[in-house]
Ligand binder design. Structure first.
Ligand code: 3PG
Length: 350
């Protein structure tokens, strides 16, 4: 898909509304480690900051506050993490729209970023409300979307705003599309998908998309149990677990681990989304950990996505050992399943 890029656009004296996705797991908030979803916008910030007189405001959602403010979901809770990760001065303004934002932007010192309040504190956001988008865009001259992971949502800050300002994709969104397109359309073979996690109804389109395009689809985690219980039928390329660890089926069993591991070893492309079991509770981490190791030891081009797979990699300090880590959970599923994503459609070249 051809979408409008920030590259080649002149942002001199621009006031940029930069949509990011700093929807960080609550347990990670305030921790001093560099957080991936924050770190990935560095390139776009660097690109925009080279222009004289540019002012940048960061706009994100956090959690699902249902259109009303609450202290827990305030983006102010992210301030320390963002400062630490981006290594920039940041001013927080406790508003998303209105004169407070305009004043804060006017007073913003050079090179300092403005962090707006949680955009989902306003009910207009999730309704993709154009009147809310008009207020949101009022202080700005340009809109940049570097939040791939929320592009599957048709919200005011991903879609309606693009009708009101010149709008472009940031460098992380472009990188996500490049990487995901390459594994989707031109994977080196054998190409293997490893899919786990919960909610078979959300993962089924992904399994089916890989069943069409890939050589093998390995399914574990709760979705495997659900598929078995619901007697969902797949073709021969989709492999369900042969055994489980315990009657409650909280993890795949040793035969499956060995079998899936062999297949992953031979792969030239691997896409991994979702854990193989209840990995946060020992010993049900074994399936996920052993297959993660098989992936890390393989010579394949590896693309990983989904919050849980990311945290498994993060815990093993192995984020940098895979070829590409997508920021998208639901968004990656949606993109690789071939669905149209509203936030991306809104940035398409005419
Ligand atoms: C995510 O974490 O996948 C994105 O931030 C989207 O969040 P949502 O599922 O609450 O819309």
């Amino acid at each position: 898909m051809d979408i409008r890029s920030i590259q080649g656009i002149d942002f001199t004296n621009a006031r940029v509304c930069l949509r990011v996705d700093f929807n960080i797991e609550r347990t990670s908030i305030g921790n001093t480690e560099e957080h991936y979803r924050v770190a990935v916008v560095k390139d776009t910030l660097e690109y925009l900051s080279q222009f004289e007189g540019v002012k940048i405001a960061l706009l994100t959602h956090l959690g699902r506050p249902d259109g009303a403010p609450n202290t827990e979901d305030s983006t102010e809770t992210l301030l320390a993490t963002i400062k630490q990760t981006l290594e920039r001065e940041i001013v927080f303004v406790p508003a998303v729209i209105g004169p407070e934002v305009v004043d804060a932007l006017n007073a913003l010192p050079d090179k300092t970023l403005l962090l707006l309040e949680n955009v989902r504190f306003d009910a207009g956001e999730e309704k993709n409300d154009i009147a809310f988008a008009a207020k949101l865009t009022e202080p700005f001259t340009h809109y940049v979307n570097d939040a791939f992971s929320v592009c599957h949502r048709a919200h005011a800050s991903t879609v309606a705003v693009t009708h009101l300002l010149p709008s472009y994709a940031g460098l992380q969104v472009l990188r996500e599309l490049r990487e995901l397109d390459s594994v989707r359309f031109t994977p080196d073979r054998p190409a293997v998908a490893l899919i786990g996690g919960a909610k078979i109804e959300t993962k089924l389109p992904l399994i089916q998309a890989f069943e069409r395009n890939y050589d093998c689809v390995l399914v574990g985690g709760r979705i495997a149990n659900e598929a078995i219980d619901q007697k969902i039928e797949f073709g021969p390329k989709v492999l369900l677990p042969k055994d489980f660890n315990g009657e409650e089926r909280f993890d795949i069993g040793p035969t499956t681990i060995a079998y899936f591991g062999q297949i992953l070893k031979m792969a030239k492309t691997i896409v991994w989304n979702g854990p193989m079991g209840k990995f946060e509770e020992k010993p049900y981490n074994i399936g996920t950990d052993v297959l993660m190791q098989a992936i890390l030891d393989s010579n394949a081009y590896v693309v990983v996505g989904g919050g849980e797979s990311l945290s498994v990699l993060e815990q093993a300090n192995a984020l940098s050992r895979v070829s590409f880590v997508s920021t998208g959970g639901g968004a990656m599923l949606s993109y690789l399943s071939g669905e149209d994503m509203p936030g991306l459609m809104a940035l398409r070249t005419e």
